[in-house]
Structure formats: structure tokens, C-alpha cells
Design a protein around this ligand. Structure first.
Ligand SMILES: [Zn+2]
Length: 253
């Protein structure tokens, strides 16, 4: 797929000038899009790469050019097919970076080189996962959500993974055996494999994600409700602005 015309419509979101954006993307042909942690990578055949960090509210829209543009549309890519790929962000918190090539990403996207492997990466084996977690001390949930350790596990999914594995979120890493960390790895893969089709399917059926896009989660934001496994009440602890939910009975490990 080739871009016939690329235009920035809200400059604050795009960390490149309108001219640089148009110069790099006008006429560019997409290579294979992929995700790393919370970032979406759009490599082009020219070698250039666009990186989108959507944060909470950044969304893509693939539509007919005649469709009315949403108010917070940050860039528009007109495609040779006659369709448009648009990116909008209700809260304008996300960021879009442009690099000449993938080697240049560390220069444009802060902390890129420090990022750990993606949670779903085939390179992330159970052994490597355990090794990476062992580099850190502190509470297991904090480590699991560190992008430098493993990328792509946010606050909500960390709760789900820990519940699946039966591990208490505040347990110190030093108190967990390698076998327990191996269990955490398998829980992480199982949760992601279970959740991704649900979220993707929901978006395909209903369009953009709405307020219910996390309804399928089993413990996160379910404080006071029965644990789906044992029926005890799900605990809820708020620290800073982060909510942690877990089952005291199932997650005794
Ligand atoms: Zn339970």
C-alpha cells in the first residue's frame, strides 16, 4: 500500500515538522506493521519508520475521504487505494515519531533503546523472561509493568496476569522461585492470547473501543465483585493513581 499524500493536522502530536512528515511519507510504501510494547511501528520500504505511541486515547480510522474528520485528527494519510488512514487522539496525549531508519529510533523516541522485548515476542522465552525479571528487586507487579523489563504489560493486564498465575501483586521478587516466575510467564502468554482476539473482535464488530472495552477482564476494576475462580470478593487498593485488584484467596503465592 502506497501513501499518495501525508498531512499533519495537529502539529503538537507529531514530533516532526509538517514539511519533514510530508517529505518522508509522500509516495512511501508500507512495509510490515508491527507492535512493540505500547508502540506501533510503521516501517516503509524506503527504510523510514513512523512510530506511534497512542497512550490512552490515540486511535486509527480507515475510511473514505468523504467521511467527516473527527475534531482531534492529528494526521491523515491519503492512500493510493482512494481510502484514508487517519489518526486521532481525544486527549492529545499520544506521540508520533519519525525516523530515517530503525537505527535512528533511539534518537527520536525517548527511552526506545532501553525498552525490553515485547511480552508476545517469539524471542522472549521463559528462561529469558525469568532472567530479565531477576534483574530487578521490589514488588512483582511494579517489575512486570516496567517497560525496560518486558514491554506491553500495563496496569490492567498486570492484574490479570498475576491473578491468572495466582501470585500476589505486592510479593517481592526475591520471595518468588524461578518456578513461580516461569508460571508468571505462562500466565502472561495465556492472558494475552485470550484477550487479544476479544479486544480485536470487539473493535471489528462495534468500531472504535468504547467504555466497555475492558469488561472482559476478570479482576481489574472488579473490586468488590466475586472472584471468577473462587467466589471471594476481589480486593482493591489504590496507590498513586493506580488501581490494583487481586484475590487474596487465589493469589496467596
Ligand atoms: Zn479467587
Amino acid at each position: 500500500m502506497r501513501i499518495s499524500r501525508a498531512a499533519v493536522t495537529i502539529p503538537i502530536v507529531v514530533r516532526a515538522s509538517k514539511e519533514q512528515f510530508a517529505e518522508a511519507l509522500d509516495g512511501a510504501t508500507f512495509a510490515e506493521v508491527r507492535r512493540q510494547g505500547k508502540y506501533l511501528l510503521f516501517p516503509f520500504q524506503s527504510g523510514a519508520v513512523m512510530v506511534v505511541h497512542p497512550m490512552l486515547t490515540g486511535r486509527f480510522q480507515y475510511c473514505d475521504p468523504a467521511e467527516k474528520r473527527r475534531a482531534k485528527t492529528a494526521f491523515v494519510l491519503a492512500l493510493d487505494s482512494g481510502m484514508e488512514l487517519r489518526y486521532f487522539d481525544q486527549r492529545l496525549m499520544g506521540k508520533v515519531y519519525l525516523a530515517r531508519n530503525e537505527g535512528d529510533l533511539s534518537a527520536v523516541a525517548p527511552r526506545w533503546t532501553e525498552m525490553g522485548p515485547d511480552a508476545m515476542s517469539p524471542q522472549l522465552t521463559e528462561d529469558l523472561f525469568v532472567q530479565r525479571l531477576r534483574r530487578y528487586r521490589g514488588q512483582v507487579k511494579n517489575v512486570l509493568t516496567k517497560e525496560q523489563c518486558v514491554a506491553g504489560i500495563g496496569n490492567a493486564y498486570a492484574d490479570e496476569v498475576l491473578w491468572e498465575a495466582g501470585v500476589h501483586p505486592y510479593r517481592k521478587l526475591t520471595e518468588l522461585s524461578d518456578a513461580a516466575l516461569g508460571g508468571l510467564y505462562r500466565a502472561m502468554r495465556a492472558v494475552m492470547e485470550w484477550a487479544i482476539p476479544i479486544v480485536a473482535g470487539g473493535m471489528e464488530a462495534d468500531g472504535l473501543p468504547d467504555d466497555h472495552y475492558r469488561d472482559h477482564l476478570r479482576v481489574h476494576r472488579k473490586g468488590g465483585e466475586p472472584c471468577p475462580r473462587c467466589g471471594s470478593r476481589v480486593s482493591e487498593i489504590t496507590a498513586g493513581q493506580r488501581i490494583t485488584n487481586f484475590c487474596r484467596k487465589c493469589q496467596a503465592q
